[in-house]
Structure formats: structure tokens, C-alpha cells
Design a protein. Structure first.
Length: 532
């Protein structure tokens, strides 16, 4: 069945998928919401949102992600980080999944991954769940209706949550699997209703494809000065460090909140929407994101709500702390409609330091930037996981290890070359703790972080006076308008300065131990940055 725009020569049957029941192509938002409600996948929420639950999976399953080990990709994949799957096992998985899907109702979206026409990826997403199709329609970029007539997908994603894999037969770890076959240009996702697997599988594809073209794929948010796309900034960071919050600046234009590329022409968004965390979301702190939770079409994921009024409870994490909302970029009033910006003038690396050691902001040399980029540091805090009784470091290289098919040095060298060629200023920003570690100190004031970022992006901070940090060797500003000078020197915020020194040395050693894995692959200047 074809009830949306599609190239007749590129229907699923023409691509080798046959025997399905009703197939809906390129439905728009109202029809997808109607289908999701008709099928019992969710409820219509306030303002026309769609309230859904992802079942037992409330986050990604990185240990169930595989890359098919074929000769054409053998030498390019970072196998220490990407579990291999045999081609024969993938073929069995593919055949069994297609057999399982026969007679079923499916939803298809033809979409772009990437705002830059020179580097975008044409992707077809086949979803068993109507709300997954709505989600990915928000999160990737939507072709114009006239473009769909000639749309030819380069890669296809098939997502079937009702299919359970067989580890012995399909060469995987459990009954859940995300399998990427780069040679066949096909991704299979089974036995998970968590919608984030859809978007991150496309991100992983772009992380594989673009470096060979000299384009830097980045797990970052981005914005630019209002009216001046050439004054761009990117914000690297792991989950919970503030990418979405800090890039959604009312005084700047939002390019995107999660995934971008840096090409010869500048910065471009991979996505067409945002996937924002909603736990503890407050209107006064993040009004733009908060407003989307009552906008038509927004997907509200795993949030607790009043069964009668449908009022959302932003503080209830009984289902998961990873509550989210997914919405198209145009729901943010100052978002860029092109998804394009110039070369970044400022690169911000966000970390949540629960040790209370790092300053709220520091300026990095290009070599230090590569060191911190490859390190990808943030920290877990007590209470977030069973058995965690004190802060634990988390190092996720390139601020996105689960999505990196190639070795980290490939991305690190690309970033270093881009910084060198375009003269970006690099900053490390700590949104974590000050005045002591988690449990003793307090969270870095968001007003101070915003003031420091404003000064960094307008150039005034770079023109000021700096001191050299004795532990990490980076430059730290001694003052900034609107920020208490004491906050800029974390040692002075601790009542016990000897305890600070001990904690700082401990964290430096953690960095060094983690970074040892990269030392054989990097240049001497980055090695020097590793020892401060």
C-alpha cells in the first residue's frame, strides 16, 4: 500500500522486502499519531503530544550492537570497540526477521542524514511501530514532498521490536540486536522499543562514512550568533553534561543539539530535530525545551503523567531517569532552518566533574584539545548505579565511543587538523561540582556557566588574564564579569586545600591511566599535553 509520496521504483518490494501486509510510506505527523493511537502504542497528550513507553528498554543497548566483519571494512573498524558479527550470521538474521515480518503492518520514512547536500546520507527507515516512524521523522531531516518522487535510499534501517534474535543462530549476545552491515548498506534492529537506537544507528553510519571524505563527524550541539552563521560554536559532551541546555541560548541561533559534521564548507547538522532529557526540566531554566512538551507532535518518552489530566511529572523517575522528548527543530523559536553554519570559532568540551577538581572553564591549546577530546571525560556519581559509593570517572573517547566505528585517533587527528586550519579557540567547561566532590560540594551554578560561555563566545574572556593550572597545565581565567573570582580557582572553593590537592592528583592519574592506550598512535605534542 502506498499512502504517502514514494518513488514507485523504490518500494520495499523493489528493494527485496516482500510479503508484508499494509505498508505506509512517508506518512506525515497527524497520520502517524492517528496510527499510533489506533494501534495502542501511546496516548494523545496535552497539546497533541504523543505519550509513549519504551517497555523494558529505557536506553540504548551498546553491548548488543554489532558490525558485520566483511573484507571491505576489516581494516577500517575499531574492533576493540565494535563487536564483530559474521556475514553468514547476519544473513540468517536478515532472512529470519523478514520472515517474521510477513503479513504485518509497517511504516516507512525516506529521510536525509545531514543538512549539507554534498555530504548527506539518503536513508530509508522501516518501522514496526508507528511512533518510531514519527520519532525518526522528527530526528532526521525531511525531504520536501516533491523530492520524494526521486528519492533513492543508499542505506536502509529495519526496526522490528517484536522479533527476538537467537544468539546461537544469529551470532549475537542476547535476543536484542543492532547489526550494521556496511557492505550491504543495511541495519537491522530487533527486540528493543527504545527509539534512540534508530537515530544513533544513522549517526554510527555517518561516523564511518564521513572521515574518508575529510569530514569530521561530531557528537556535539552547535549554535551561531544571531544573524551571523560564520560565528559558530560547537559543544562536545556526554549525556548529562549540558549539550542541549547550553546550546539552546536565546541570544544565539540553534543549529542542532546532538550530531554535526565539520566539512570544508563549515558546520552542518546531521539531524532535523532534538531529543532532549526531561527529568527535572523547569520552564524558568529551559523555557524553549519546556514549551515543546505541550506542542503538537512531540513524542514524550517514558514520562509519568496524571491518567486523567495527562499533566506531566517532570520529577518522577520511577520508569527511568532517562525521560525524553523528541521534536522537530522548528519547535525551537530561534533554530536554524538550514542546519548550516560556518567553521567553529569556538569549540567547547563539556564535562561533569563530580570530583570537584576542574575549574568552571579553561582554555586549551590544540594539543590539549585533542588530549581531552580523546579522553572524553565525565563522571558517575554515588546513587546513579548500584555499587557506586564515590565518584567514578567515565572516559568515552571522542565524547561518543559507542558510535565510533573507526579508531579514536582518526577522529582526533581530523579535529586537530580542523582546529589548525581554521584557528578555533578551544575551551573545557565543567558543569559538575565545585567546593568539594559530589556529596560535599555543590553543583556548578548554571548562571556562572552561562556567563563564562557568553564571555568565551564573544571573545572578551580570551582577551583577559589567565593562570596556568598546576595539575593539568591548561590556562584558567582569573576573572570574568558576573562570576565570583573564587569560583574560577577550584582549590580556593574547598575548605580543605590539601584534600583538594590529593583529589586533583588522583584525577590526573586517572586521566593518564586511561590515555595510555592512545600514546602509541599520537604525536609528541599531544603526548606532552597528556602530562600537563
Amino acid at each position: 500500500m502506498t499512502d504517502g509520496r514514494v518513488n514507485p521504483e523504490q518500494t520495499l518490494e523493489k528493494l527485496g522486502v516482500s510479503g508484508l501486509g499494509t505498508v505506509h510510506y512517508n506518512l506525515m505527523e497527524p497520520a502517524l499519531i492517528e496510527a499510533a493511537i489506533r494501534r495502542g502504542e501511546g496516548r494523545l497528550g496535552q497539546g497533541g503530544t504523543l505519550l509513549v513507553s519504551t517497555g523494558k528498554f529505557t536506553g540504548r543497548s551498546p553491548k548488543d550492537k554489532f558490525v558485520v566483519r566483511t573484507p571491505s571494512v576489516e581494516g577500517d573498524i575499531w574492533w576493540d570497540n565494535n563487536a564483530p558479527m559474521a556475514p553468514e550470521a547476519f544473513d540468517r538474521l536478515h532472512a529470519d526477521m523478514l520472515d517474521h515480518m510477513k503479513g504485518g503492518e509497517y511504516f516507512v520514512q525516506d529521510l536525509y542524514g545531514g543538512a549539507d547536500p554534498a555530504h548527506r546520507l539518503d536513508v530509508r527507515v522501516v518501522s514496526e511501530l508507528a511512533w518510531h516512524n514519527l520519532f525518526i521523522r522528527h530526528l532526521l531531516r525531511r525531504p520536501g514532498r516533491d523530492e520524494l518522487d526521486g528519492f533513492v535510499p543508499e542505506y536502509t534501517v529495519i526496526n522490528c521490536p517484536s522479533f527476538a534474535a537467537d544468539p546461537e543462530r544469529h551470532g549475537c549476545r542476547s535476543d536484542t540486536v543492532i547489526a550494521l552491515n556496511l557492505e550491504k548498506k543495511l541495519i537491522l534492529i530487533a527486540n528493543s522499543e527504545y527509539a534512540g537506537e534508530n537515530k544513533k544507528s544513522v549517526f554510527t553510519l555517518l561516523n564511518y562514512i564521513l572521515p574518508a571524505k575529510g569530514v569530521m563527524p561530531m557528537h556535539c550541539s552547535a549554535n551561531h550568533a544571531d544573524g551571523d552563521p560564520s560565528d559558530a560554536a560547537v559543544f562536545f559532551g556526554l549525556s548529562g553534561t549540558g549539550k542541549t541546555t547550553l546550546s539552546a541560548d536565546p541570544a544565539r541561533t540553534l543549529v542542532g543539539d546532538d550530531e554535526h559534521g565539520w566539512s570544508e564548507g563549515g558546520t552542518f547538522n546531521f539531524e532535523g530535530g532534538c531529543y532532549a532529557k526531561t527529568i527535572n526540566l523547569r520552564e524558568e531554566a529551559e523555557p524553549q525545551i519546556y514549551a515543546t512538551t505541550k506542542n503538537f507532535g512531540t513524542v514524550i518518552e517514558n514520562m509519568v503523567y496524571d491518567p486523567e489530566t495527562l499533566e506531566l511529572d517532570f520529577d518522577d523517575d520511577s520508569l527511568t531517569a532517562n525521560t525524553r522528548c523528541a521534536y522537530p527543530l522548528e519547535q525551537i523559536p530561534n533554530a536554524s532552518m538550514t542546519g548550516l553554519a560556518g567553521h567553529p570559532k569556538n569549540i567547547v568540551m563539556l564535562t561533569c566533574d563530580a570530583f570537584g577538581v576542574l575549574p568552571p572553564i579553561a582554555r586549551l591549546t590544540p594539543a590539549q584539545a585533542m588530549y581531552h577530546f580523546l579522553s572524553g571525560f565525565t563522571s558517575k556519581v554515588a546513587g546513579t548505579e548500584r555499587g557506586v559509593t564515590e565518584p567514578e570517572p567515565t572516559f568515552s573517547t571522542c565524547f561518543g565511543a559507542p558510535f565510533m566505528p573507526r579508531r579514536p585517533e582518526v577522529y582526533g587527528q581530523l579535529l586537530q587538523n580542523k582546529i589548525r586550519d581554521h584557528g578555533a579557540t578551544c575551551w573545557l567547561v565543567n558543569t559538575g561540582w565545585t567546593g568539594g566532590a559530589y556529596g560535599t560540594g555543590s553543583r556548578m551554578p548554571i548562571k556562572a556557566t552561562r556567563a563564562l560561555l557568553t564571555a568565551a563566545l564573544d571573545g572578551s574572556l580570551n582577551a583577559g588574564q589567565f593562570r596556568k593550572d598546576p595539575h593539568f597545565g591548561f590556562d584558567v581565567p582569573v576573572s570574568c564579569h558576573g562570576v565570583d573570582d573564587t569560583l574560577l580557582d577550584p582549590r580556593q572553593t574547598w575548605t580543605d586545600t590539601e584534600a583538594y590537592d590529593h583529589q586533583a592528583r588522583k584525577l590526573v592519574n586517572m586521566f593518564a591511566d586511561n590515555f595510555a592506550q592512545y600514546v602509541p598512535y599520537i604525536a609528541d605534542d599531544v603526548k606532552a599535553a597528556a602530562i600537563g
